[in-house]
Design a protein around this ligand. Structure first.
Ligand code: FAD
Length: 502
């Protein structure tokens, strides 16, 4: 008993020393593989964290492949006989909760495999799996062509978004990014290198798209291209009435096949959050702040129309439609005329701003949901008004906009709310401090609980479940195919274990 204080002191010292001497577990690759495994502290540390900044998962090592064949050799070795280690492809690590991580296993740094080759007829680009979407845009737009579906943020990888879905303001018109892929090269969990498409190895093709990295590592994707417009007319309009806001959003996306807008999203200004009015003229900014204060929530409809020649009559028609037939608050419309590239790359400016304030590398307990159109008002009342608006404060952004369900292909692994033609995309994108992560996470849990209790049929996007039954529920009728595909393409369960599915 006399030694107890000494033992406590020793244990305390150990606990404090531990993080500085955490070592990755040792993986030894046979020389015959001819692969370099990086195990230096900087490589390990960079691969242990992600954008979510909530988890730390330490890999055994990192490889920077110089060709797909190297990944194939790694996976053939790891899957041969007894499972030797698990493997996770990592794009930018912009996951939220360790989805691109692997404990004691090998991270494949996909950014080492990047590049864009545009076909002669300029109808598609063959893009290496680790390429950033911003680089696809730079390479294609230079030749007057462009992919047709974008995420809000372009500094994410091809393989990373195609493993999820890749959603944004063009989904209502062109579908998610996974709907705009013609072919893939994939290395399965057994190390096989397979090309696949809707015609060739289709089981693998549909499995991998939205497949959360479970069936193979994408080393090449053939992405659909179309004409790249030169400029965008980019509008934001304010609403104080939720029904008027969603009615206008839904009307605009119903014109997806006509000459309507090219991009549509929406966000909320809430009186308990940060209200960024900088898009609007200085003369309107304090009026907007007053509106938010008096209404509690102001809804921001955001659209863009792309164009080449400013004299095209269509631009005039669209501007006319927006200004005359939509029921935003009179006077609260603002338009910017920007280059197509700058419009698509708009979040980079936000990133730079947040980085300069030290607010980018903070915890991000984000919650992304799909909500069916028939229940969006219930969601608004039960979640936005009754939960979010009642918080003392919120930090970050809340997105809310509809998209057309028929632009998704149900044969793919990606899940989205079924049954209805229109599905709302919701992003409750809160930033946190290390101290209040549990509080924000429990807020997210309560949002999910309220939806379940009130029968709102949500599906999560970029989710992280730890219980098998949650995954089974998430995939619903697709679960059986999803787990069969796992047995077929990754029977040793090597790939992307950070998703915690198998
Ligand atoms: P990672 O986080 O590195 O990987 C994600 C998953 O895919 C992991 O399981 C990983 O193992 C697997 N994976 C990675 N590469 C491959 C590959 N080549 N083959 C097979 N599996 C692979 N998403 C949207 O859809 N729309 C948005 O508007 C949007 N906006 C965002 C804004 C910000 C600021 C951030 C940080 C993220 C945003 N995202 C958005 C989320 C983004 O799409 C995901 O984080 C996605 O995972 C891409 O990030 P990544 O390339 O870093 O992938």
């Amino acid at each position: 008993m006399a030694d107890l204080p000494l033992m406590i002191t020793l244990m305390t010292v150990l606990i404090y020393l531990l993080p500085s001497c955490i070592k990755s577990s040792e993986i030894i690759l046979p020389k015959s593989l001819n692969l370099t495994l990086l195990t230096d502290p900087s490589a390990i540390s960079a691969a242990s964290h992600d954008f979510g900044n909530i988890t730390t998962v330490i890999p055994g090592g990192v490889i920077c492949p110089s060709s797909p064949a190297e990944i194939s050799r790694l996976l053939s070795y790891a899957s041969n006989g007894e499972r030797k280690f698990q493997v996770a492809a990592r794009g930018q690590g912009h996951s939220l909760k360790g989805q691109a991580a692997v404990l004691n296993g090998v991270i494949v740094n996909m950014t080492c495999l990047a590049g864009v080759v545009i076909s002669d007829d300029m109808k598609y680009a063959d893009v290496a799996g680790g390429t950033l979407w911003v680089d696809v845009l730079k390479n294609t737009a230079e030749k007057g062509v462009s992919p047709v579906s974008w995420t809000d943020y372009l500094h994410v990888s091809i393989g990373g978004t195609l493993s999820n879905a890749g959603i944004g303001g063009e989904v209502f018109r062109n579908g998610p990014q996974i709907s705009n892929v013609l072919e893939l090269d994939v290395i399965t969990g057994k190390g096989e290198m397979l090309a696949c498409s809707s015609q060739l190895n289709s089981e693998l093709f549909y499995g991998v798209l939205g497949g959360l990295g479970q069936f193979g590592i994408i080393t090449r994707a053939r992405i659909v291209l179309n004409h790249a417009p030169k400029r965008a007319k980019w509008f934001r309009m304010l609403y104080s009435d939720f029904t008027a806001f969603t009615k206008d959003q839904e009307r605009l996306i119903s014109m997806a096949d006509d000459a309507g807008v090219d991009y549509l999203e929406g966000q909320l200004f809430m009186s308990n959050g940060v209200v960024d009015t900088s898009f609007f003229p200085q003369s309107n900014q304090s009026k907007i702040a007053d509106l938010v204060k008096s209404h509690g929530i102001i809804y921001v409809l955001e659209v863009a129309k792309f164009y080449d020649d400013p004299t095209l009559p269509i631009i005039g028609q669209v501007v006319d439609m927006l200004t005359r037939t939509l029921s935003y608050l009179p006077g609260f419309i603002s338009m910017h005329d920007v280059a197509y590239f700058d419009f698509l790359n708009r979040v980079k400016a936000e990133e730079d701003k947040l980085r300069s304030l030290g607010l980018w590398e903070v915890p991000h307990p984000w919650l992304n949901l799909y909500v069916p159109k028939s229940q969006i008002l219930d969601f608004h009342n039960g979640v936005v008004k009754d939960i979010l608006l009642k918080q003392n404060s919120t930090s970050g952004l809340t997105l809310l906009y509809p998209s057309n369900r028929n632009k998704w292909d149900n044969r793919m692994s990606a899940m989205v709310t079924e049954e209805e033609d229109v599905v709302y995309i919701i992003g409750i994108l809160q930033s946190a401090t290390p101290q209040n992560v549990p509080e924000v996470e429990s807020l997210n849990d309560s949002i999910i609980r309220v939806c379940k209790d009130s029968g709102i049929k949500i599906k999560q996007y970029l989710m992280h479940y730890t219980r098998k039954e949650d995954w089974v529920e998430h995939f619903g009728t697709k679960w059986s195919d999803f787990s069969k595909r796992k047995d077929l393409f990754d029977p040793k369960k090597l790939l992307s274990p950070g998703q915690d599915i198998f």
